[in-house]
Design a protein around this ligand. Sequence first.
Ligand SMILES: *[C@@H]1O[C@H](CO)[C@@H](O)[C@H](O)[C@H]1NC(C)=O
Ligand SMILES: *[C@@H]1O[C@H](CO)[C@@H](O)[C@H](O)[C@H]1NC(C)=O
Length: 252
Amino acid sequence: MIGISFATLALLSALRGASAHGYVQEVVAGSSSYTGYLPYTDPYWNPTPQRIIRKIPGNGPVTDVTLIDLQCNGDTADGSPGSAPAPIYGTVAAGAQVNLNWTTWPSSHVGPMITYMARAPSDITAWSPGSSAVWFKVAESGKTSDGKWASTDLLTATDSIYTFTVPPKLKAGQYIVRHEIVALQSASVYPGAQFYPSCIQLQVTGSGTALPTSFVAFPGAYTSSTPGVVFDVYLNTSAYPIPGPAVWTGGN
Ligand SMILES: *[C@@H]1O[C@H](CO)[C@@H](O)[C@H](O)[C@H]1NC(C)=O
Ligand SMILES: *[C@@H]1O[C@H](CO)[C@@H](O)[C@H](O)[C@H]1NC(C)=O
C-alpha cells in the first residue's frame, strides 16, 4: 500500500516542478512491455515494484559531467551513486526495435537523444560499471538539416515514443542500455547542458557474434568543452555536433 499521502506526493512534485522535465516511463522491447522506474510513486509502495530501469531520484537533470550520476541519473546523495542495479531485466532479440516512452517533454528543452549500451560481464542485477570504459553508442539523433530537434520536434511527432534498434548482429548477453536526452536551452556555457539519462537492463538474444572494440566511460565521455555539450541553440545555426563517439555500426 502507499505509505505516504498523495498530498505529500503533490508537494514533492511541486518541489521538483520548478525544474520539471522528464524520464522514460515505459519500455516496449519486441512484444513485451515494461513499466519504467516511476520516481514519484515507486518508492512509496510496499513491496517496491520491480522495474528493469535503474532507480532515478526524480525528473531533474544532471549538469556536472564529472559526476557518476551522469551514468544512470542515480543520485549520489541517496547513497546509490550512479547506477545501483535494478532487480530484473527485460528480454529482446538482436535486431528488434525498442520503444522508449518519455513523459511529457517541455518544448523549450531542445537537444539530442543518444543511446549507448554496455555488456555486463556478469549478472546485470548485481553490476555497476563505475568509471570503467564499457559503453558504445548504438543510436543518435540531434538536429536535422531543417532545424528540427530530436527531443522536441521529433519526439512530439511520435507521441513521445523514441525508437532504437538493437544492433542485429550483437552477441547475446545482458546489456545496460544508457539512453539520454541532453537539453540545450542553457548550454551556451558550461555548466548549462542538462543530461537526463536512463539505464535499462535487457537480455539480448540471438546468434550474433559482434562486439565493439572501442568504448567510453560515464563519466568521462563528455567534458566541459566537448562540442555539443556547449552549444548556443539560439544563435548558432550550424550543424549540431552530437557529443560522444561515433555510432558503432559493426553490429549491423
Ligand atoms: C506512454 O505511457 C503512458 C503511461 O503509461 C501511457 O498513458 C501512454 O499511452 C503511452 N504512450 C503510448 C504512445 O503508448
Ligand atoms: C557553432 O557550433 C559549432 C559546432 O559546435 C562550432 O564549431 C562553432 O564555433 C559555433 N559557432 C559559434 C559562432 O559559436
